[in-house]
Ligand binder design. Structure first.
Ligand code: HGY
Ligand code: MN
Ligand code: MN
Length: 423
């Protein structure tokens, strides 16, 4: 059995056309018209294969090949179809498309699968609309409840519940769509590396053993708006200069961390009144702190918040810091990583074990079941950009590894320990 790489490429390129910024990357927020186009496209392909298709209460797309006995634990293959703003064509899309391709090859080969196999496209993985990354996978694994969803708002104040209901789903029923640990034989995700390790080492597949966690903050800085021309430098409470010093402190703490894997980013900033001849009165900015070890995240976050408070004190501005999202790092199932490596070896695919600095839904599924991830290289390590690219020759290798691992996991005498049988 082998994947059909031309079919994969056709699906990736078709979905790439569902963007609100054509010619400038993929912009496909959850619940947007473009997002619906992508769901409709995958639904049509899945229905042509005779799969069961449904959108669950929070908006995850579920494409299921029933097993002989649908009550036995299923193999899940997941990823996401929402994107960042001006993102790339492969981030998330590749995992959903390759998941469907794996099912198509198994169906066409009349493979005797002994359990259900389900492709799940998680909603709001990127978190760009409601500042809650991995939302869809956190909900189905019971890590977010309806009460957590009720407080989510966009920057313009629209509630998550209103947006979800306008899309046609009702998160009030998320309990029924929970994925129970006992119902998962394993979860797999194929994803672009979004870093430069594989390319720099000339490898085609990464066997992920650990996924980073993160703490996300929103920082509000309040000074005093004033006239840019008549306010002497000594009499200013400049919120933007204070924020600038704080942002450099974020970089400095991460730079000087003892851990190679600690990163911290300020990617979003809002300045008010944002006028060239007015000293900024209020600034809001984001902080995203990550590492593959929880204690390193805590250490960096503590140092960053301390520095911010000291700068606010010194400059006489008021700062409010809110934790907006948090997810712990996740170790992936050793026996699944071993299986991925063994299959790569048997297919002569050059590979290595590695961590993931990016967050992934697999980390959330890894909280409740045995999960594994397969990376394929990113050209120059670029991602979350229109320049994101992965050679289809590498995608073909990674997808064939995924195909073989899923076939092994779904085989009657699956060699895997029973669910939760972490080795
Ligand atoms: O932010 C991330 O790591 C992922 O791309 N959502
Ligand atoms: Mn992403
Ligand atoms: Mn992704």
């Amino acid at each position: 059995m082998r994947v059909n790489i031309d079919r994969i490429q056709r699906h990736v390129e078709a979905i790439g056309r569902f963007t609100s910024t054509p010619g400038n990357g993929s912009t496909r927020p959850s619940y947007s018209p473009e997002f619906r186009d992508a769901y409709d496209y995958m639904t049509q392909k899945a229905q042509a294969l005779g799969l069961q298709v449904r959108i669950d209460a929070v908006g995850n797309l579920r494409l299921r090949l029933p097993g002989p006995d649908d009550a036995v634990p299923a193999v899940f293959i997941g990823s996401h179809l929402d994107t960042v703003i001006h993102g790339g064509q492969f981030d998330g899309v590749l995992g959903v498309v390759c998941g469907l391709e794996v099912i198509q090859v198994l169906v066409e080969s009349a493979f005797p699968h002994a359990c259900p196999i389900e492709v799940i496209s998680f909603v709001e993985e990127e978190g760009i609309s409601f500042r809650c990354p991995l939302l869809g996978s956190k909900v189905v694994t019971g890590q977010l409840a309806i009460e957590d969803l009720e407080v989510l708002r966009t920057d313009s104040g629209e509630s998550f519940l209103d947006r979800a209901k306008a899309y046609g789903v009702d998160p009030a029923f998320v309990i029924q769509d929970r994925i129970e640990p006992a119902k998962v034989r394993a979860m797999l995700e194929l994803h672009i590396e979004q870093g430069a390790v594989l390319e720099s080492e000339g490898l085609s597949v990464g066997v992920v053993d650990r996924i980073a966690g993160s703490e996300n903050y929103r920082v509000g800085v309040t000074g005093r708006a004033n006239h840019a021309g008549t306010t002497p430098m000594k009499l200013r409470n400049d919120a933007l200069c204070a924020a600038a010093e704080m942002i450099c402190a974020v970089e400095d703490v991460a730079d000087s961390s003892m851990s190679e894997q600690t990163v911290a980013t300020v990617g979003r900033i809002l300045c008010s009144p944002n006028a060239a001849n007015v000293i900024a009165g209020h600034v809001e900015f984001s902080i995203d702190i990550r590492d593959v070890h929880e204690d390193k995240i805590t250490c960096a976050a503590t140092a960053i918040l301390d520095r911010i408070e000291a700068i606010a004190e010194h400059r006489g501005v008021v700062c409010e810091i809110a934790l907006t999202a948090k997810s712990s790092p996740q170790e992936l199932a050793g026996h699944i990583a071993d299986r991925i490596a063994l299959v790569a070896q048997s297919l002569d695919v050059p590979h290595r074990r590695m961590h993931s600095g990016a967050l992934h839904d697999t980390a959330m599924m890894g909280r409740i079941a045995d999960a594994g991830m397969i990376f394929v290289p990113s050209r120059l390590g670029i991602s979350h950009s229109p320049d994101e690219w992965t050679d289809y020759a590498d995608i073909e290798k990674g997808a064939n590894v995924l195909l073989r691992v899923v076939a092994d996991l779904a085989a009657a005498k699956s060699i895997m320990p029973a669910p939760g049988g972490q080795s």
